[in-house]
Write a protein that binds this ligand. Structure first.
Ligand SMILES: Cc1cc2nc3c(=O)[nH]c(=O)nc-3n(C[C@H](O)[C@H](O)[C@H](O)COP(=O)(O)OP(=O)(O)OC[C@H]3O[C@@H](n4cnc5c(N)ncnc54)[C@H](O)[C@@H]3O)c2cc1C
Length: 433
């Protein structure tokens, strides 16, 4: 099998892979390659024709393809090599990536350091086990988005959307604008799954109904979807069958969650966090396998592409440092764990070496008004941050000072991040101490 070696091999050419590759080159790597299974670079952004990308990084309101193009131009300028139409089949613990493509067949690409940026995939009907017949017309929201925005097909005319994640919300608006009748978005939780800005801009602005605490209980139809049954759910999320009603439709879109694509990581023996579904990483975005870094949706599902680019820049820089043997960091590692009302935290391991502050990204379990985010050891609160409102659909970002990491006693190898309701409401919002 032919074999070739680079300083840094980046798997995945979405916004995470693009930013990581640029950052690795800028940090001194002499050769970087992006391996992308699709025919073109850009990842999921190629099908996101709405605006809302790059508000922080470029201070502009770009569409997905425009945002991707900015990074693709930079990749070209910096001389990053591109292998498109190339699928990474496996990763070995010593940095060998087996790749297959129509043009080169199977080859081995070795990296002195590796960046994993494979993104995530959508949950399908199988994961939900919705009863009923198996007619055509049941799509994941992302597939429907690709059909409309890339292939130019309308997937249906009377649509019900299951799940209020961002993809589902954006598709509700897109289908409405294309002339389809969106009957409603059905969400089992008592709160929306996506960003509030998308609830307002995609549903409320177009008077598309959002049914919270409701579930689709059955899909019916012979060849094509003809109806769905919908029922309210109680706090135990079980549908109240006596309240079931039928909505006639020809299409059901599922927007019920994303799963980080970690088959390569698992096979290489990289530790996976069951809460995020992504690799356990340090603040340098290094996985449990030295020299293998990860960033973007393959680590945790991000709401904003700017955050993806931020962590990819760190991953690329650190991968270059590892490849050039410049990353001899000494320091003590502290585990970060989610406490009350925190579903997940990234990074899961932190050290004060070489940083002033580490940003922790949290997902909370419920909507909390006047929230206090608390970082603590077993017996001591290290820092608190107030937020006016936190929601499961929006990532909460808090800074953790290196001095707080240093102050963790040696016998205590971990810190816990929890969220509580503020006892004294009305204090300063968004402040930390
Ligand atoms: C519908 C939708 C709307 C969004 N709207 C906004 C918005 O308005 N504003 C905003 O800031 N963010 C938005 N986001 C979020 C943002 O787009 C994502 O967080 C970001 O694109 C994730 O980037 P990524 O590079 O991690 O993953 P992806 O973009 O998914 O890229 C991963 C890449 O890896 C490749 N790959 C996977 N496995 C392999 C393999 N084995 N071999 C080779 N290649 C592989 C894939 O083909 C893909 O190109 C939206 C996301 C979606 C889905």
């Amino acid at each position: 099998m032919p074999s070739v070696c680079y300083d840094v091999v980046v798997v995945g050419g979405g916004p995470a892979g693009l930013a990581a590759a640029c950052s690795a080159m800028e940090a001194g790597a002499s050769s970087v390659v992006i391996v992308e299974r699709d025919a073109e670079l850009g990842g999921i952004l190629r099908q996101c024709v709405h605006t809302g990308f790059g508000l922080r990084i470029f201070r502009e309101d770009l569409t997905g393809p425009e945002y991707a193009e900015r990074w693709i131009e930079r990749v070209r300028e910096l001389g990053v090599e591109q292998r498109t139409g190339a699928f990474a089949l496996s990763l070995n613990a010593d940095g060998r990536v087996k790749v297959v493509s129509a043009t080169r067949g199977v080859e081995e690409i070795r990296g002195k350091a590796i960046v994993l940026a494979m993104g995530c995939r959508e949950k399908t009907r199988g994961a939900l086990a919705i009863p009923g017949t198996r007619p055509s017309g049941v799509w994941t929201a992302g597939t429907a988005q690709r059909l409309i925005n890339v292939e130019g097909y309308l997937p249906g005319r009377r649509i019900v959307i299951a799940g209020s994640g961002d993809v589902g919300l954006i598709m509700a608006r897109r289908l409405h604008l294309e002339g389809a009748e969106v009957q409603g978005v059905i969400e089992i939780a008592p709160f929306p799954g996506g960003l509030m800005r998308n609830v307002v801009q995609c549903l409320e602005d177009y008077r598309i109904p959002l049914l919270l605490s409701h579930a689709i209980t059955e899909i019916g139809g012979r060849r094509r979807v003809e109806w769905v049954k919908v029922a309210g759910v109680g706090p135990d999320l079980r549908p109240a069958r006596q309240l079931e009603r039928v909505i006639e439709c020809d299409t059901v879109l599922l927007s019920v969650g994303l799963i980080p694509e970690n088959e390569l990581s698992r096979e290489a023996g990289i530790a996976i966090d069951p809460k995020t579904g992504g690799a356990v990483v340090t603040q340098y975005m290094e996985t449990s396998l030295p020299g293998v870094f990860a960033c973007g949706n393959v680590v945790h599902v991000n709401d904003l592409v700017d955050n993806v680019s931020d962590e990819a820049i760190v991953a690329g820089r650190e991968a270059a440092a590892f490849a050039c043997r410049r990353s001899a960091r000494v320091g003590r590692w502290i585990d970060v764990k989610g406490g009350d009302r925190v579903r997940s935290v990234v990074p899961q391991r932190v050290s004060s070496a070489g940083v002033n502050t580490v940003t922790l990204d949290l997902r909370v379990t419920e909507v909390i008004d006047h929230a206090v985010v608390e970082v603590a050891t077993n017996d001591r609160v290290l820092a608190t941050h107030k937020r006016r409102r936190v929601r499961p659909g929006e990532m909460v970002r808090i800074p953790l000072a290196a001095s707080h990491i240093d102050s963790v006693p040696f016998e205590c190898g971990s810190i816990r991040v929890s969220v509580a309701h503020s006892r004294a409401q009305g204090g300063p919002v968004g402040s930390g101490n």
